[in-house]
Every structure is written in structure tokens, then in C-alpha cells.
Design a protein around this ligand. Sequence first.
Ligand SMILES: NC(=O)c1ccc[n+]([C@@H]2O[C@H](COP(=O)([O-])OP(=O)(O)OC[C@H]3O[C@@H](n4cnc5c(N)ncnc54)[C@H](O)[C@@H]3O)[C@@H](O)[C@H]2O)c1
Ligand SMILES: O=C(O)[C@H](O)[C@@H](O)CO
Length: 883
Amino acid sequence: MASDHQGVVGFVNLDYISLDLAASLLRSGYAVQAFEIYDPLITEFLKLGGIRCASPMEAGRGVAALIVLISHADQINDVIFGNEGALKGLPKDAIIILHSTILPSYVQNLEKRLTDDCETAYLVDAYVSRGMSELLDGKVMITSSGRSDAIARARPFLSAMCEKLYVFEGKVGAGSKIKMVNELLEGIHLVASLEAISLGVKVGIHPWIIYNIISNAAGNSWVFKNHVPNLLQGNTKHHFLSTFVQKLGTILDVAKSLTFPLPLLAIAHQQLILGSSHVSGDDDTATLAKVWEKVLGVGITDAANAEMYNPEQLANQIACKSSTVNRIGFIGLGAMGFGMATHLLRSNFCVLGYDAYKPTLTRFFEAGGLVCNSPAEASKDVDVLIIMVTNEAQAESVIYGDLGAVSALPSGASIILSSTVSPGFVSQLEQRLINDSKNLKLVDAPVSGGVKRAAMGTLTIMASGTDEALKSTGLVLAALSEKLYIIRGGCGAGSGVKMVNQLLAGVHIASGAEAMAFGARLGISTRMLFDVITNSGGTSWMFENRVPHMLDGDYTPYSALDIFVKDLGIVSRECSSHKVPLHIATVAHQLFLSGSAAGWGRQDDSGVVKVYETLTGVIVEGKLPVLKKEVVLKSLPSEWPLDPIDDIQRLNQNNSKILVVLDDDPTGTQTVHDIEVLTEWTIESLIAQFRKIPKCFFILTNSRSLSSEKASALIKDICRNLHTAATSVEDIDYTVVLRGDSTLRGHFPEEADAAVSVLGEMDAWIICPFFLQGGRYTIDDVHYVADSDKLVPAGDTEFAKDAAFGYKASNLREWVEEKTGGRIPASKVTSISIQLLRKGGPDAVFERLCNLPKVHNIVNTSTCTHTTAEIHTYTNTLVAWLK
Ligand SMILES: NC(=O)c1ccc[n+]([C@@H]2O[C@H](COP(=O)([O-])OP(=O)(O)OC[C@H]3O[C@@H](n4cnc5c(N)ncnc54)[C@H](O)[C@@H]3O)[C@@H](O)[C@H]2O)c1
Ligand SMILES: O=C(O)[C@H](O)[C@@H](O)CO
């Protein structure tokens, strides 16, 4: 226990999550006392080691901090100001942490009353929740706000209680605002999930198949992933609806008072009211599925219980029997097609490409492709032709237009249509091809996952067609995808699943825009709001992918806004032909249409946020704030008391691995002493070094001054020599460290990739941009550069504008995603936080490292380095871990 953390913390009222807070405080060395009338809770609390109090007044007596749980504003009078209220016993300088999400205006009134009536004026609010992301996985997360002086007082207690702390300095009330934005998203996503499942059932796709595929595609959301199984199993009771109706109603009232339109939330609210109205008051058995069956007239339950098959297994079976493919034609080398076609080139297929836009052809030629002048030319002698143009009219024209593909394709060839088109269009196309006498086969193979995954061959593909057609294209589909699903039902079935995915994806982009714009109107930092939501139930694949574009105000089209005018247009056409009313999808469609009408159709689809910005005057774009260095450093948890340098030296004595540091410029070698530096790396000189059995030696590569190709080649060369030298000296084991720049400029990930390509995959990559003397700090994953008394996010400094190594992200996890072009998403990067290091010390860091998933290319950013002692602590655990 940390002895400098002594102090008493009181709780007025407990709930189950408060027990976790109390347990964390007790572990950090605080004494904890509580007033609670519900016996089971107080029994658990006593078991933890807490002390029971007879009244709120007693719970507040002698405490340094008082955590007051209030579920309704009416309780404030009694619990805080009443005869036996908490204020009576509270010391003057104690901090009140209001664990509640009552409306911001109530919290502000409470603060005013405390300031006016009493001398006690330290209040912060705290929204306590469980992290829903893979990263936080149910751990406690707190969003808190208040005046700077109150926050400074509260911070040690808040940090002690949670794994992730978000602090909004300024006014109280941010916690409840964030909660509103999160609930807005959850409400919209719930209705969208219900509409998606209903549409899927109407077009004949098994709901569990929809669920399994879309939870691995861009239509996924936390709500879809977590609520749909309960819906399909009949586990969600109708009461769930009334809770939502009430919460969403409150948010709409707040928005109304701010004259702020929330069209998606308004329609979701109406839908949930409609659902509630379908249940008679005393029917406790009605499930959400049954209610929705009545609302939309779709047999969800029967469909969910119908016999099903495994589309991934079908894909594996087809892949085993697939025929060889030599030549591929590729028409439509746009945002998606270019990446897919060049990935096929890298996978050793011969690819002939055609696009109506000539500059693309030049790029394709430079990437090693064969360039053609018409669809017919790109179809000559190919086994498979892939079409990735934008829409049905373009697909029609490349297949049947002037110099079209059909006339030139060899008899028996296969066409893969990967554009997003309506199911009806593909099934009619198949019929037309059958009627032609060339025995051309068609595979309906829409894709999901976006531009980055297209270029990496890790798309989700939902394919359908005859077995013969699927077998003749299996190898190509497998090369383009990480998840390949075969949908039964022939051409049109794949596009049916894609249509359902698009309903969700489109709604999620629009809901992300609505949520962020509303957040901006509520006055919350949009960057921080984004961060909190990505760890909460309101998150979605599209929220995480598209909101960063809104925050950067960068509408370079990865997927054009007009694509959703088209895709939600398909949804709205299908819903009227299947007679299933899809309200939320239709409103989202109208929002994209509004964006297109404003002239933003060719920009990125995240530009739909401008519809809200233009209407209401809010600005979603947001920079990370510049911080006041002294204030931030003072507010962090206290340092781990011990400097484990002696432990490191001891561990190092017993460690047989030689540390070989490849330094990309001379500033690294200038900061070490008593360590040899090699400026050349012949096998002979490396053997000579290894024979000395040093603990460490440097090789000055100077690779920062080279092009990335040359730097990679150099690192490979050195690693090969190291390998040869090490194998010729007996009992030599070594580890490679890449030393680079603390302002993040250098050949990342190229040098790491080069080292791995020679030395083999590593269990993890550790990124640790430590340079205390140079004023580099990493706080909550954001890397800062000190500029006198300010901490400036690295992405906003001159360093980030470097012509060769420029970058935008200051958050190290996002920086990894940016630098790896999406190959390593931010969500796969684990951080070692200052909280973990300072509160848990070496043991906690060691445990975190040992529990990392053993997946190659997981990158771990150290975000903990504030003092030299801390870098020692971290090194200590690393050395132990490496052993
Ligand atoms: N962008 C995404 O993230 C994404 C993801 C999944 C699916 N999709 C779907 O994939 C398809 C392609 O999307 P995109 O974003 O690559 O679109 P895009 O507009 O960037 O690319 C389409 C390409 O087709 C070319 N083209 C149009 N007519 C042509 C013709 N007659 N002959 C030859 N080339 C022609 C265009 O010049 C363009 O390069 C769309 O149907 C889209 O809905 C897109
Ligand atoms: O599933 C996806 O990748 C997306 O929805 C695209 O089709 C459109 O951006």
C-alpha cells in the first residue's frame, strides 16, 4: 500500500459499481466508510473492509473526499443539505464527487448552492461506467468535470478508483452530457439493429447469419453485437423499451431547449414509443422480438429458429475445391478497386486493369499492373473478371456497353461483381448471362471493410452464386479477404446481406455525425468525447472509422458521400417493395441526400456532419488541447516510491541476451557512455563484438537520412549479418532495439518490418518515446512536446510537419494506425499507462505485459515515462518479461 495515500473517503449510497470503486480505494491505502440502507450492498461493502455509517452526515465526517451517489435530483436536498445530510459532518476542504448523471443544470445549481450557502465549494461530477471496448473490457472508467481547483483535489481519488479517467476541466456537468451523447447513439443503434434484422428476414436471410457476418463487417456496433443475440434468443423483455423511451425523451428535451435538431434520435424515440404501445400493460412475457414483429410485421422469432448453415464453412469447402486462376481482368480502379487489384498483383496474380479515369491507369502501371484501354481489352483471355465500379449503370455499361466485357470474355470465364448494387440487379444480370450462349458465370461478391483493408487483402466478402461459379473464383475471393462467407440462395443473396450491412453502416455514420454535433453544442471537447465513446456502448465500426475525419475536418474521399445516397437508396427501394417500413434508415438517407444537395457528394461520407454544422453553426472539428505543464504534472498520481535501478542491474547480470541497439542517427549514441558504438557492421566486426560478450553495443546506422527503401534494405542487411555472426559464436543470444526520434520521426514501421522479416516475428513491439530532458511527455496515450510551460500535442508541432516523416496523430495508438496505413489498428495497441505504472508499480506492469495476447504485430506503446525512475521501472519489467 502506498503510505502517502492515507486518508478517509466516504460514500453516501452505494450501488454495485461503487463497490468496485471502494475496493480500489482500499487497495490504494485509503480508509473507506459508507452510508447505505440496502443490506446486501452494505454486507458486501463490509466484507471488502469498509466501515458502516448510520447517516450521510456520519459518512462525511473527517473525510478527504465524499462520493455521493444520487439517481434523481430530488434526493439532493435530503442527502446533502438535510438534518442528517452529508454537509453536516464534512470538513471544509473536502471534495464532493457527485456520482450521478442528473442533468447538467442540476449539478450546476448544486455547485452554486454549495458556493453561496456554505463554505464548502469543491465539487466535481463523475459518470462512472464500465469500458465496453476490447481494451478496457469491463474495467471501470470515469468521466469527470469541474473547476480546475476542484479537479486538482479530486484527481488522486478519481485515479485511484478507475482504470481509465477522462477529465473535462471547466464546468461541472460534462459527465451527464457525455452520458446523453452515448445514450443517443445507443438508442439510434438499437432501432437500426432492429430494422436491419427485420429487413434481412424479409429478404430471406437467416438472422443468425446476418448477425455473424455483420459483427465482422463495417455495419457492426456495440449495440448490434451485444443486443442482437438477446433479441434473437427472446431474452430481452419489453420493459427495456420503456427505459429507453424515457432516457431518449430527456435528451430530446435538452436538445429542444438548445434549439438543436436530432432527427435520427427523434425517429428512434418514436419507434421505441411505437414498440411500447404494442404491449398491453400487464403482459410481462412480451419480448422485444415479439414487439418488433408486431411493429414491422416480420417473423423474427421463426426466422431465428429456422435451420441454418455455416457460411464460413461453406467458403472453406469451396476454397479447397477452387480451380487455378492465372489471368485476372479488373475494371474500376477507384478507392477500393485500386487497392484490391494491387493486392492481387502482390499475391502473384497477373492483373489487367481498366478504369475510365486515365491517371489511375498510370498509377496502376507503376504498381506493376498491365494497363488496358477498354473493358473488352481487360477481359481478353482472362479466367476471372472483377468489376468494382460505383453503381449499377456503370456496371451495365462495362459489361454490355461499347467495347464491353461480355463480347471479349472467353467462353466459360467468370465475372465477380463486387460493386454494391441491389440484389435484384445481380440476379437479373445472372439471368442475362445465362441467356447469352458463352457460358459466362457470375459471382455476386460485395465487400465490406473500407479502403485500407481492400489494399491489405483483409476485406469481409459475402459471396453467392452457383457452386461452379464459386469454385472458379474461390482463390481470388480468398486472396482478397480475411473473412469470406458464402451465402446460399444464388446471385442476389450476397447483395442482400450487403444491403443490410449498408443500412447499419449508413445509419452509424449519420448517428456519429448527429452525436458529435450535439456534443459540440453541449460544449464538450469533441476529441475527448470521441475517445470516451469509443470505449462505451455508443461505439460502432463506422464511429471509430469516420469520426476521426470529422475531427480533422478532412473530407478526402475514402468512400464518397454519394455512395450512401446510392446504398441507402437501395435500402429504401427494397423496403417499399418488401413492405417493411424502415424509418431510421430512411431518415439517414435523407441526411446523405441533404449533404449531396449541398454539393458535398464527392467528398468523404463523414462530410454528412456538415449538414448539422451548417444548420446549427456548431463546429465538430477539434484539436487536442495544449496543456499547462505544471498543472498536469501535479495532478498525476504520486510516483512509485522506489527506483528499481538496482533490480535492473541484478536482472541484467543474469541476463545472457546482448542488447544490440540500431541507432538511426547520432543523437542516440551521444547520450550513452561506456558502451561501444560500431559504425560498420561486417560479419567479422560483429563476431568480434559478440566475442567480447558485452551487455550492450550500438550500431550507428544513420538510416534516418535515407529513403525508406534504402533504410529497410540496410536494416535487413545488418540483421542478416547479426544473425550470421551470432550463429558463429558459441552461446550468443541477442535482442535488437531500434533507437529513433522522440518526436516520432523515422522509418516506422519500415525498419521494424525489415528487422522482423529477417529475425522472425516478435511477441510484441514496444514503442517508448522517452526523452525527459527534451521535454517529451506521454499522458493518456497522447505524446506531448514541452514548449516552456506548455505541453503541445506532438501532432501539432513543427516536428509533425516534417517533409519525410510527417504525421497527424498525437495519440500514440492512432499514430501507429496512421503510420502502418491501418495494418495495425489503434484498437490493437495496448498502452502501459501512467496510472498503471504509478499505482501498480513494476508488478502490475509485468502482469500486463505477461497477459498480452500472443499475437504477432501487437504494438505496445509505453505511455508512462515521466521521470528517469519511471523509465527504470518500465525497463525493469521489460527485462524481467524478456527473460
Ligand atoms: N469505398 C469504400 O469504402 C467501399 C467499401 C465497400 C464497398 N464499396 C463499394 O465498392 C464500389 C466502388 O467504390 P469506390 O469507393 O472504389 O468508388 P470509386 O468511385 O472510388 O471507384 C469507382 C471507379 O470506377 C471507375 N469507373 C466508373 N465508370 C467506369 C467505366 N464505365 N469504366 C471503367 N471504370 C469506370 C471510376 O473512374 C472509379 O475509378 C461501390 O459500389 C461502393 O459502394 C465501397
Ligand atoms: O461496408 C463497408 O465497407 C462500407 O459500408 C462501404 O460499403 C461504404 O463506405
